[in-house]
Design a protein around this ligand. Structure first.
Ligand SMILES: C[S@@+](CC[C@H](N)C(=O)[O-])C[C@H]1O[C@@H](n2cnc3c(N)ncnc32)[C@H](O)[C@@H]1O
Length: 217
């Protein structure tokens, strides 16, 4: 066997480019090779329990995406606050009407910055610390899923939600938060039962402040 340069394995330019893309996405935390649709899969980023991350099941993310599309209307703007799965579902290109709305995700987990200008860093501890170009009352519907089941957390998230929303609010949280949710956001519990990829110990519900067809409130 010769030890000339000819024997050194080489990669084509295309293969090298694909590898570079793979490594860059891995660094961003995307767990799969990503065509447009995969990149927005619910679960494309793994749950991190240290940030209280519990992703919806695919069916629930779809149902919630359908709901916000319907309520936002043609050309509507949707804000997903601490609810990246719904944002992903809106962007995956699989829900009817998702191409006729715009959406942003407000998130504490910077791995979601992979979604570019539609990612807005958000820490509920500073509920109104938002970029200047996020105008008050500029979203047709705001969907929020606060990280913690506490009045303190919900009241701060409620501040953000009221700042962002033109009126409609869809809150997803534990059933035990019902009274606080009513007091803070005037929302009512829906019969729809959201599901997660991993079962939660607490009963989980959706709450809305508008007559909701899909969630049969
Ligand atoms: C209970 S999970 C809701 C996720 C939702 N079920 C989904 O599938 O999209 C709470 C979310 O709050 C985010 N979070 C954690 N700490 C936060 C903070 N300090 N401020 C705002 N959001 C935070 C987590 O990254 C997570 O996405």
């Amino acid at each position: 066997m010769s030890d000339s340069d000819d024997d050194v394995p080489t990669l084509s330019a295309e293969t090298l480019a694909a590898l570079q893309e793979f490594y860059s996405e891995t660094r961003n935390g995307l767990s799969q090779d990503t065509n447009t649709s995969d990149k927005f899969c619910v679960g494309a980023l793994e749950e991190d329990w240290r940030m209280s991350q519990f992703w919806y099941s695919d069916d629930t993310a779809t149902r919630l995406a359908e709901e916000v599309i319907h309520e936002a209307g043609e050309g509507g703007r949707i804000a997903c606050v601490s609810a990246p799965s719904v944002y992903q579902k809106l962007r995956q290109g699989v829900v009817h009407g998702s191409d006729r709305v715009s959406a942003v995700v407000l998130e504490y987990d910077r791995r979601f910055a992979t979604y570019g200008h539609e990612f807005i860093f958000y820490d509920y501890n500073e509920p109104l610390s938002l970029p200047e170009d996020v105008a008050p009352h500029s979203f047709d519907i705001v969907l929020a899923d606060p990280p913690y089941l506490s009045e303190e957390c919900l009241s701060k998230v409620a501040e953000t939600v009221k700042y962002l929303s033109k009126g409609k609010v869809l809150l997803c949280t534990g059933a035990i938060m019902e009274q606080h949710a009513k007091a803070l956001l005037d929302v009512n519990m829906c019969s729809f039962l959201p599901k997660h990829n991993k079962n939660l110990a607490n009963e989980f519900r959706c709450f809305v402040n508008y007559p909701s067809r899909l969630l049969s409130c």
